[in-house]
Design a protein around this ligand. Structure first.
Ligand code: ZN
Ligand code: ZN
Length: 78
């Protein structure tokens, strides 16, 4: 699964989607392909239904592909 790292803030994600993510889920900065490691949680965008993994304990703000904003609730359910 390819990993990506944000050029601006260093946030990392992984995804199996064919389309490369367009922007960082946190700051909308440019994502560069990168080797990433660690523990991951999975998020599914309610708008475009694409899936990505993000580092456990962090909270993605925007979908990496579209302009959807994740609502965060206790338990990390989106
Ligand atoms: Zn960023
Ligand atoms: Zn989306």
């Amino acid at each position: 699964m390819p990993g990506y790292r944000c050029e601006s803030c260093g946030y990392e994600i992984k995804t199996d989607e064919r389309e490369e993510p367009r922007g960082c889920p946190i700051c909308r900065g440019r994502l560069l392909e990168s080797n990433v490691s660690g523990d991951w949680d999975e998020a599914v965008c309610k708008s475009c239904e694409r899936k990505f993994k993000y580092p456990k304990g962090t909270t993605p703000y925007k979908c990496p592909w579209c302009d959807y904003t994740f609502e965060t609730t206790l338990g990390g359910y989106f």
